[in-house]
Design a protein around this ligand. Sequence first.
Ligand SMILES: [Zn+2]
Length: 236
Amino acid sequence: MKERRAYWEKIVADASARHGRQITLRPKSESRFLWPVLQFLFSLFTYWIPIAFTFGWAKSRLQKVDIINGFHSMFSSTMWLAGDGSSWEESSTESKDATASHEIDHLDRLYFGNGSIREEWDALEKKPKPSRLRWAWNAFRYLFWLLPFKYATYRQEFERDGYARSLQVVVHVHGGKVPDYWRQWLIVWFSGPGYGWMATPERAEEVVKGLIEEVERVHSLGENPYARFQQQQPRD
Ligand SMILES: [Zn+2]
């Protein structure tokens, strides 16, 4: 019997072809330099500097975010897995599909520019070549545009599109509806320290509401690429 390829394996392979280099998966615990440095910088800007600037006032109100063990991240053409990678290994296929969709959307957005959640990823091949200059420009905007905190409108948009891809998996698995715990979880993330407080709680609520409505609408129109992939799979 032919081994069926999971969605995440297909999109990683397709993205490797599109970007002209192999996308690899590696646990962050193997990183000797990159992730320890990023963790240091992250804690510096979201924990130590705010505490210093408020003469300690912020200390009881802030929590340190463990970006090494806390979540998976895309950096250059590597999908870095949280911690020793065991949380990835143990997660369900759907959860891997959702995570890889999110991370590859980031990769495409950084190197190719903006997309739309209706667009099949393959359509990106018709666009200009992946550009390092565009990567640098978008990375700059991710960190600083419009402001580093609270009004980080580019970062909001960027993560919104990443989660649109993840929710296309979720909405298919849940028969056309995004469960409410996703809405609540996303609002916490959009307004919390994990993304450097990129939005006010009010703005986070508004963005997440629009995101879920769009994902459900696109799905109901039959334009969800994840659902389409699953429908094309051979049945047992
Ligand atoms: Zn993201």
